[in-house]
Write a protein that binds this ligand. Structure first.
Ligand code: ATP
Length: 205
């Protein structure tokens, strides 16, 4: 049975990943969102949540038994060793769940949104990487407007992410999303054709 071509989509905060993915989705292309998968693997009752509680204790649960993400973030922010431990719990489970989603894809290709993609090795299942790129000033003003943050707050978040150059170094394709949405749509239309053609050529058994 053939498998789909798998395209990783990444980009800095506010670059327009969701906007671009929504345009591909209009063509019926499935979009697997790794942020959402990261939540799926720790839903109440999951084996993933039990594994997190076994290490971090019951204090990282809300009164309703859900993962208290803010409390967990605070804990690992203060302690890099705990951060590594958390990643060792979550990453394999996220990868397995992404693979399960990919196994259900019936279209020639699919997208996997990975906001913080920093290397290709850890994501060897990706056939290609699409970077959504835009000037940093544009990122700043979009996120200030969308999330009601100050420029300094947005810049602080951007500093925790890969640099624009680091992201672009991973790219097989780049969508430049610095202008109007019509231009982006035109790029998506072209890339959709390209990915369909590549899927036909390169993916077998
Ligand atoms: P995040 O990393 O925070 O999840 P993202 O990369 O998914 O962000 P979007 O949410 O798609 O980015 O876009 C950020 C904001 O900018 C949204 O409010 C979106 O509507 C707006 N936006 C994206 N692209 C454009 C564009 N070309 N023109 C105008 N507004 C845009």
């Amino acid at each position: 049975m053939s498998r789909p071509l798998v395209i990783g989509v990444t980009g800095g905060i506010g670059s327009g990943k969701s906007t671009v993915c929504a345009m591909f989705a209009e063509f019926g292309i499935p979009v697997i969102d790794t942020d959402q998968v990261a939540r799926e693997v720790v839903v109440p009752g999951s084996e993933g949540l039990s594994a997190v509680v076994a290490v971090f204790g019951l204090d990282i649960l809300t009164p309703r038994g859900e993962l208290d993400r803010a409390a967990l973030r605070k804990l690992v922010f203060q302690n890099p060793a705990l951060r590594v431990q958390l990643e060792q719990i979550l990453h394999p489970r996220i990868r397995a769940q992404v693979a399960a989603h990919i196994a259900k894809v019936t279209t020639p290709y699919c997208l996997v949104g990975i906001p913080l993609l920093s290397d290709r090795k850890s994501q060897s299942y990706l056939d290609r990487v699409l970077v959504v790129d835009c000037p940093e000033e544009v990122q700043e003003s979009r996120v200030m407007q969308r999330d009601g943050l100050t420029r300094e707050e947005v810049i602080a978040i951007m500093k925790t992410q890969a640099t624009r150059a680091q992201r672009l170094a991973l790219a097989d394709e780049v969508i430049v999303n610095g202008g109007d949405l019509h231009a982006v749509r035109a790029e998506v239309v072209q890339l959709h054709q390209r990915y369909l053609a590549l899927a036909e050529q390169t993916v077998d058994a």
